[in-house]
Design a protein around this ligand. Structure first.
Ligand code: URA
Length: 216
């Protein structure tokens, strides 16, 4: 999947999606939004982080993970040696559900094609799903059933994607750790594992490997 699309083309295509989201009325959430939150980051990133949906701060600013959960995510990225501006961060749902309620199935159905297109343009090596909603959604794409985030977090799953492969790494939603030190420990352990996986992937990419077999 190396060299799939030029950086410039990726930027143009991601911008088109952003403009569509800004006008989107495909589900009822547009009525409540201040700003949609399409996602942001490096179009060439080898890692994409997927959360659930914007919260209050994200809706205010039009940017993903800029509130309390975002602060935790920033701390985890630092722990894993990842610079926020080097990765792409987005959500399954691009508009804030009222009172931060869970996204409804019809909203996921209406909004997720935007995420599918973002993934297809970026074609990352790793997708980190943050919490149960994005994990369940990506598992549905891999044809894997989902029961609980606590059963699958910190493990790697392989997505055979259009002649290539994407590694899916589920972890907890950063907000889950806000008032729960045990969840925080799990999140930290997962991000340290992610750091190991990234460094393996980087060394194997240098060796020109195409399959993920040796990364795992
Ligand atoms: N929680 C999410 O799932 N996404 C955000 O962007 C912010 C908080």
């Amino acid at each position: 999947m190396v060299g799939w699309m030029k950086m410039e083309t990726k930027m143009i295509e991601l911008k088109k999606i952003k403009q569509e989201i800004q006008k989107c009325k495909k589900c009822k959430l547009y009525q409540y939004r201040k700003n949609p939150v399409p996602g942001e980051g490096n179009p060439n990133s080898e890692i994409v982080f997927i959360g659930e949906a914007p919260g209050f701060q994200e809706d205010n600013q039009g940017r993903p993970f800029v509130g309390a959960a975002g602060k935790v995510l920033d701390e985890m990225l630092k722990l894993a040696g990842i610079k926020r501006e080097e990765v792409f961060i987005t959500n399954v749902i691009k508009c804030r559900p009222p009172n931060n309620r869970d996204p409804a199935q019809d909203e996921i159905l209406a909004c997720s094609p935007y995420l599918d297109r973002q993934i297809d343009i970026i074609r990352p090596k790793i997708i980190v799903t943050l919490g149960r909603h994005s994990t369940k959604y990506i598992f549905s794409k891999i044809g894997k059933s989902f029961s609980s985030i606590l059963k699958v977090h910190g493990k790697t799953f392989r997505w055979q994607y259009k002649g290539g492969e994407i590694l899916v790494f589920p972890t907890l939603h950063p907000a889950a750790s806000l008032y729960n030190p045990n969840m925080r420990k799990i999140l930290e352990k997962d991000f340290l594992r992610l750091k190991e996986i990234i460094s393996k992937i980087q060394s194997f990419s240098k060796a020109g490997e195409e399959t993920l077999d040796k990364y795992l």
